[in-house]
Design a protein around this ligand. Structure first.
Ligand code: FE2
Length: 309
């Protein structure tokens, strides 16, 4: 293992947050023991970094109540909690639900929080830690939600439909930017997808490079001054860039590389941990992607938008 080195300048205070996603314990784990061992090592690498905060962008398990046997799902959640316990004992862990975590029409954030072992009380949240200004959003469509593209109800898709509850929440919450802070948005679903997957994403969420339609979410986040968008869902690492927003997809089910998006600037088959830091005196945010072995797969720095204002 390669020992993680600090990203911020030595001797200067910073806030450090780690992003993981898609641990997704479940029925596709042909070798269950290997899966648990891998996830346990991933958690150990995250602990080595001594983060102030861990953000899990969902798909913790592989089954909503509609898809799977409830007893199996309960077992997968128990394993997730056991694997994550050393991390929760060390720092705060926040999670947003993925499409595989809950898909029942009556699902709630309270039940998701209980399943993950977190103590949270609202479906969307804004957290401010040091210079990190973090927004956590649940964009999962519920069973029976209307999809404006197909007209169908959907259970495994994300959306950011105009006049939806999450659209109103983000519009209101983002209108009080914090000077000098990094605005980071954590969501399960990506805004950017490969060309082969464009038809599987609701147009309100997708930034479509073929039509030029940016959807609803990207223009709002850009106008609010977002620096970094953290997401999962695709199970492989990609860092993309569009305008002044960095879009980082992280996933723990590695070993395969999905098709690149039009905005990709870095990709890796095995990166499963993204760590970011913002120094107290810094005008830029720095990030690094790691494999479970601790090897560095990607590294970047970006100027902070609020510092340039
Ligand atoms: Fe997903």
């Amino acid at each position: 293992m390669v020992a993680p080195t600090p990203l911020c300048r030595a001797g200067f205070a910073c806030v450090r947050w780690v992003h993981i996603s898609d641990l997704q314990f479940g029925m596709s784990d042909v070798d269950w023991d290997a899966r648990v061992t891998y996830a346990t090592e991933l958690v150990a690498r995250v602990r080595d970094m001594a983060p102030d905060l861990v953000i899990d962008t969902g798909d913790c398990v592989e089954g909503g109540t509609l898809d799977r046997n409830p007893r199996d799902v309960a077992q997968w959640w128990q394993t997730y909690r056991e694997v994550m316990e050393p991390l929760r004992a060390q720092c705060e862990v926040l999670a947003v639900p993925g499409n595989h975590d809950q898909d029942a029409a009556d699902r709630s954030y309270a039940s998701f929080a209980a399943a993950t072992g977190m103590s949270v009380d609202s479906i969307h949240q804004r957290r401010q830690i040091g210079r990190l200004d973090l927004y956590l959003l649940d964009l999962n469509m519920r069973v029976g939600d209307y999809d404006p593209v197909t007209g169908a109800g959907m259970s495994h898709h994300g959306a950011f439909a105009p006049r939806s509850e999450v659209h109103r929440w983000m519009s209101a919450a983002g209108k009080s930017p914090r000077p000098g802070a990094a605005m980071v948005v954590a969501v399960h679903h990506p805004m950017f997808r490969s060309r082969g997957e464009l038809c599987a994403v609701d147009s309100s969420l997708l930034y479509n490079p073929t039509s030029g339609n940016p959807g609803e979410l990207f223009p709002m986040l850009d106008a609010l001054g977002t620096d970094l968008y953290l997401c999962g869902h695709t199970h492989s690492y990609e860092r993309a860039s569009c305008g002044q927003i960095a879009h980082v997809t992280t996933g723990a089910k590695t070993g395969r590389l999905r098709g690149a998006t039009d905005f990709a600037v870095a990709r890796d088959r095995d990166a499963c941990i993204t760590v970011c830091e913002l120094g107290d005196d810094s005008s830029e945010l720095v990030g690094r992607a790691l494999r479970v072995t601790g090897e560095v797969a990607d590294e970047w720095a970006q100027p902070l938008r609020s510092s340039a204002a």
